[in-house]
Design a protein. Structure first.
Length: 116
């Protein structure tokens, strides 16, 4: 039941992005992140390594108050713009490989998407 609602909300988010508050749970609620989603929180990408199937779309969401970016270390995918709080960035991975990325504002912030 609740699982169906969560999926419906995700579909709406994917389409518009204007309903972010609809699924924002109370602070401290440890909801597991949606599949193929990377949260930016406390100057970290979580999960730091995400493994997805070929063709998957990956979404980053900035949960910090600071702006962050998502930039491929090797130019393997298009860079995001600076993401403000709760901004999202999506990209689709159509080839297998290991994609390392970082935040240009805070280069110590790194993460990896493994596509297979
Ligand atoms: Cu950053």
């Amino acid at each position: 039941m609740s699982r169906r609602i969560v999926h419906a909300a995700c579909a709406l988010l994917a389409l518009g992005g204007g309903m972010a508050t609809a699924i924002a749970g109370p602070a401290g609620h440890a909801a597991s992140p949606a599949a193929n989603q990377i949260e930016i929180r406390n100057f970290m990408f979580t999960p730091k390594t995400l493994t997805v199937p070929v063709g998957a779309k990956v979404t980053w969401i900035n949960r910090d108050e600071e702006p962050h970016t998502v930039v491929s270390a090797n130019g393997q995918f298009a860079p995001s713009r600076a993401l403000d709080s709760n901004d999202r960035y999506e990209t689709r991975f159509s080839k297998p490989g290991t994609y390392t990325y970082y935040c240009t504002v805070h280069p110590f912030m790194t993460g990896t998407v493994v596509v297979k």
